[in-house]
Unconditional design. Structure first.
Length: 121
């Protein structure tokens, strides 16, 4: 038996044309596409990034470079985040440069290289 919870039916109703609670099914499908696009790969840390991370590499599970870096920074703390902000990045050997990290899609099985500034060129 359905009941109203917060102005919505509970349990949610699903129909062929409309999704949960009468929302267009397109929104649900878009969320599934986003979740399906999450890629798994490896982040490699060099120099100061390796020292502050405490590991040489770790796996990522993210759809964009920004997502992967945010997850790594959340796990490692403020000092690591400071090093990452100053670093440059390679994704599968290709330099990211000044491009927006949210626009860099990560490939499945890819490698992110975190390169902090090096002394001595």
């Amino acid at each position: 038996m359905a009941r109203l919870v917060g102005g919505r039916h509970w349990p949610p109703r699903v129909t062929a044309r409309w999704g949960l609670w009468g929302t267009p099914r397109v929104a649900e499908l878009a969320l599934l596409v986003i979740l399906a696009r999450m890629a798994k790969g490896t982040i490699r840390y060099w120099a100061a990034a390796r020292e502050t991370a405490g590991v040489g590499e770790e796996p990522y599970d993210a759809s964009t470079l920004a997502d992967a870096l945010a997850a790594a920074c959340a796990r490692r703390g403020r000092e690591f985040a400071r090093v990452v902000r100053r670093s440059s990045f390679l994704v599968d050997g290709q330099p990211v440069g000044t491009r927006d990290h949210a626009g860099i899609a990560l490939p499945a099985g890819g490698t992110i290289e975190v390169l902090p500034p090096f002394a001595g060129g």
